[in-house]
Design a binder for this molecule. Structure first.
Ligand code: GLU
Length: 305
């Protein structure tokens, strides 16, 4: 596969979509980014990385971090965790920050990729490691090979200043006994994780263990193959907000998006992709990013279907 040629063609197709949609503004610090940026990177399972456009420009990973927190909980629990008693694995059919379903379902979030579910996962990671956000940052530095990765304090602070909804979700779950740590600590670590700045290159490389069936960049095993399969399955069914059905229909790959405009996508056994363009559709997925991944699987035939 001539990845560079494929990416050039994908970028030519998708770039006209850059600038469409809305940049997330409910976290004020995210508004600074211009909507027409576009970058895409692919990391193959042997570590070779290719990219086009703004593929080395850092952006706010936001909910893409939810993939890594789930992986780290599974890794630290050594296959023996009760996380799935505390969070489900079904699409929610509700917006990512919705409260209503939680009441009907006794404080058990539908899946780890809506905010409520990610707060439970962060809570578990905090219990397992004593410092959830630093554990994630160190892991991402190692896997991406980029020692300069850092939290964006302005974004984390901005999110905390406007974090009433996430605080409400956490308090609500605590009232059902579904948090192990104090709410302020859980939401703080969650905001720090979301604020990490990474480029498409960093994210495609850091997510390679998902294409390598759980094997890390240094050849050691992070996850059992069946655990990596499970994360990919939940990404496919729940990773792109309330549009995972549409995304599977168009793209057909496990993927996780974030309101910073990034999307990572996995072709198991072959490669991990990351695309970034900050304009979001009304569901919260990058308009140009979804178009790019759609075109990638059309060109290559590499969907999981
Ligand atoms: N930090 C964001 C929030 O909790 C993440 C949203 C997202 O990317 O989906 O609202």
């Amino acid at each position: 596969m001539d990845y560079q040629a494929v990416l050039e063609e994908v970028a030519a197709f998708a770039r006209p979509f850059a600038g469409q949609g809305q940049v997330a503004d409910y976290i004020p610090a995210l508004e600074r980014v211009s909507a027409d940026r576009f970058g895409i990177a692919v990391a193959d399972i042997n570590g070779a990385v290719h990219g086009v456009g703004d593929w080395e420009v850092p952006f706010s990973v936001q909910s893409i971090s939810k993939t890594f927190s789930l992986a780290l909980v599974m890794a630290h629990a050594h296959g023996d965790d009760d996380i799935w008693k505390r969070v489900g694995r079904e699409p929610s059919g509700t917006p990512f920050n919705s409260l209503v379903q939680l009441e009907w379902e006794n404080g058990i979030p539908r899946n780890p990729f809506i905010n409520a579910g990610a707060l439970v996962v962060t809570d578990r990671l905090q219990s397992l490691t004593g410092d959830a956000s630093t554990t994630m940052l160190h892991f991402l530095r190692e896997e991406s090979g980029n020692p300069d990765l850092a939290f964006d304090q302005a974004v984390a602070g901005s999110e905390a200043d406007h974090g009433d909804r996430n605080a409400a979700l956490a308090h609500f779950m605590a009232s059902f006994g579904n948090l192990e740590n104090p709410v302020p600590s859980v939401i703080e670590h969650y905001f720090w994780q979301c604020s990490i700045e990474m480029s498409c290159r960093d994210l495609a490389t850091a997510g390679s263990f998902l294409a390598r069936h759980g094997v890390r960049a240094d050849g050691t095993r992070l996850l059992q193959a069946r655990e990596a399969k499970r994360i990919n399955a939940v990404m496919l069914t729940c990773g792109t907000y309330d549009a995972a059905g549409e995304f599977a229909y168009r793209v057909g790959l496990p993927a996780k998006s974030g309101v910073g405009g990034g999307i990572i996508a996995v072709v198991p056994g072959r490669c991990t992709l990351c695309v970034w363009s900050p304009g979001l559709d009304r569901r919260g997925n990058s308009v140009a990013g979804a178009a790019a991944l759609d075109h990638f699987t059309t060109l290559t035939g590499w969907s999981v279907f």
